[in-house]
Design a protein around this ligand. Sequence first.
Ligand code: MLC
Ligand code: AMP
Length: 521
Amino acid sequence: MAGAASQSNLYGHLAAGFAARLDTVAVEVPGGPRITYRALDREAGRWAAALRGLGLAPGARVAVQVEKSREAVLLHLALLRAGLVHLPLNPAYRPAELEHFLTDARPQALVCDPGREAELAPLARGAGVRHLLTLDPAGGGSLPARAARVARGLPLEPRAADDPAAILYTSGTTGPPKGAVITHGNLVANARALERAWGWREDDVLVHALPLFHVHGLFVACHLALRGSRLRLLPRFEPEAVVRAFAGATVFMGVPTQYARLLACERLAREACAGMRLFVSGSAPLPERLFHAFRERTGHAILERYGMTEVGMALSNPLAGPRVPGTVGVPLPGVEVRIVDARGLLAAEGETGELQVRGPSVFAGYWNAPERTAAAFAADGWFRTGDLARRDPASGHYAIVGRLRALIVTGGYKVQPEEVERHLEALPGVAESAVFGVPHPEWGEAVTAAVVPEPAARLEEAALRAALRERLAPYKVPKRILVVEALPRNAMGKVERRRLAERHRDLYAGAAPLSRRSTPS
Ligand code: MLC
Ligand code: AMP
């Protein structure tokens, strides 16, 4: 098994935690297989050897677009162990979205579901990807087949703290998504800080119902659990199954939409959560009414924390001490935050300003984009989150109160309006469009569009949505597309998304709260 010496490799950090617990279960899928740490470590070594055996050198990038499964977790571990750079991608991305990731990051290999191999092969070839491998959710595919033929696992590849471990694409304010380069040092620092702050225990059992391609599900959840405790992996988020999985478990991490859906599930009750010690929420604001409703139903105060791909987890409500609804708590150990006003000066006590972050979990920069990296940091090196925050002088707790960026946060996913507008405006008959977020009882914000038809064109909402679905992952497709005569503009002629959002703020007020489907199809 991997030695504990190379602590800068995140895999070494995990291995140091699980070394004494090799015969305990590492990952289990309810009703499915379980794998012990001994087997997980052995398999990670084989998979790492299979990948490196393709001629991939440490530092090479491997794009991964696979369904959630135990093997997807194993692949993450194998990439870390081999010193390869993991580039995780949402399986819902359409070819039009994928092309940018592949041509920008230029990965040397792509691992995809066998069902998408034929569709992705030309794209991969066009982007110069040398190896196209497959992995299906049942553990089949060309990558596991290759790994099965490996005689000896790869030992842990030593990594320096500033060596990249992953590249995660994130929506910018303008322009195409940017690849945030996250180092082994970033990940180890953040895992350590969270372990301390949340009192992580080796007998914890984490119910995992998040995607494996964003920091919440891939880093926060996996890197805490895979140090010797148990990851109970659910292939998708189904409220009934999640509540059932709480039996014998201790921790759950979710986005507010998931908490809303859990509350809509009758099975959720005190008894169902009897053994649970911690419910964490993040990735989007947790409405206070959800916090209170959850506490009333289960007896648990959800611990809300704040994070971002570029900075990892930065702020958290306390494990012990008051968890204040509507706030994201205080800085995690080792993380510094400050609030800066529009002039770039420190905001006065209690005033709102941009939240800026400094510390060992702050990423290395955007892939191949020095100007965008420079623009993301203040002159003195603090990362500019683009989120507006305020610190309550009495409690010291921070609250996220808005955003400087025109980003829409829907069910924990981030959608850049410009990207959706670009695709809308490419559709026949659309003269111009504006995309904005409108409060929604289930999604937090719902992506919403207003479109102006070209003269004499007739636009149908359902047809527009269907056409967008060909080009964009479904969560980016506006829940409503309103056909309007003109878009509001300011004196400079710039479209005012905020005014549209304000004008249509009650659009979803009638949507049955917490319903699973609340949009026209
Ligand atoms: C799915 N849909 C969404 C959506 N998720 N629409 C808007 N917003 C979303 N978040 C679409 C589906 O594609 C489908 O479209 C329709 O809505 C209904 O889908 P569903 O089956 O009800 O949704 P489901 O697959 O169950 O997904 C809901 C969810 C998911 C809440 C489980 O959105 C989710 O896993 N969100 C978490 C995202 C996350 O991990 N964020 C962390 C980012 S990291 P159609 O058209 O097919 O009907 C980060 C940093 C930090 O933010 O601090 O953590
Ligand atoms: P991402 O770009 O996907 O990493 O998402 C990061 C963004 O999610 C942050 O910039 C915030 O806007 C948002 N976010 C994360 N956690 C919270 C939270 N607890 N409250 C409000 N917004 C949050």
